[in-house]
Ligand binder design. Sequence first.
Ligand SMILES: NC(=O)c1ccc[n+]([C@@H]2O[C@H](COP(=O)([O-])OP(=O)(O)OC[C@H]3O[C@@H](n4cnc5c(N)ncnc54)[C@H](OP(=O)(O)O)[C@@H]3O)[C@@H](O)[C@H]2O)c1
Length: 286
Amino acid sequence: MSNSSITNESGTFEIGETTVHRLGFGSMRLCGDDIIGSPEDEETAREVVQRAVDCGIDLIDTADSYGPAVSERLIGEAIGDPDDVLVATKAGLLRNREGEWIAHGDPDYIRNQVLTSLDRLRTDTIDLYQFHRPDGDTDFEDSVAAFAELKDEGLVREVGLSNVSPELIDQAREQVDVATVQNRYNLNDRGAADSLEVCAENDIGFIPWAPINGDDLAAHGDLLDDIAEAHDATRRQVALAWLLERADVMLPIPGTSDPAHLESNVAATQLSLSDDEVQRLTDAAE
Ligand SMILES: NC(=O)c1ccc[n+]([C@@H]2O[C@H](COP(=O)([O-])OP(=O)(O)OC[C@H]3O[C@@H](n4cnc5c(N)ncnc54)[C@H](OP(=O)(O)O)[C@@H]3O)[C@@H](O)[C@H]2O)c1
């Protein structure tokens, strides 16, 4: 039951057999600087997660590499494993103190990581387990096979991919049902448009990461401001509302560490852009 006055009006999408609201929450920003270690204020981080659920968000994205382990732990502490929230985590990237993200798709590593994620998320089954990024040193097929095996064993309910081309989506679909694809996509960066098209054609959820371009919306600032003013909204809200209009399979996960920013992002689902506004935004960078 929500105790917030902000409600999630983004419509719904089926991930496997689970219905979620299309606007979710990305929890990468709940960690320390460079997404390493704990945030300065863990209490506020847990509050953000709780506020997301109170606002009607039931799709939360995380990864074992955020912290590492910190984001998953904070989610587990904040909400445990509620039946009505789908927590999507990922494996396949290592971190180091220099802040690098190192692809590691070794099947034994994936099988090990799922056990650590189950513990931190305080659950018996990962709702959606995403392969974080293809690893040039491991055959993609072997990594995907590990995810498929975890699904067969019941440790994972649904399998997703991240940072993949249309060719790799098709290849993985030969091995396992692919429920979602998570690629970078926003108003300014449409590089993953071809993967989005494959998802739309096959009813696969498309999770655009950095949906507000990491909060850098200067490139189309004037246009965004113009439309935002007409709706008494913000640039970010217009950018999110545009994404939701792009495709029925679009599941944006704006990331924030601030409860007020979270509410503002959910309020974007109440914006109703005109066809003309959507078209002007679509034309802006194409
Ligand atoms: N699969 C992948 O390889 C991959 C890669 C990167 C990210 N992700 C996922 O995608 C999610 C979203 O991406 P992202 O966090 O990089 O980028 P984003 O959502 O486009 O932007 C996040 C940035 O915008 C700021 N922000 C958000 N809402 C705001 C608001 N209402 N007002 C003011 N500032 C606001 C945040 O700062 P504040 O904290 O101050 O609000 C943060 O600096 C991540 O959390 C993560 O779950 C996946």
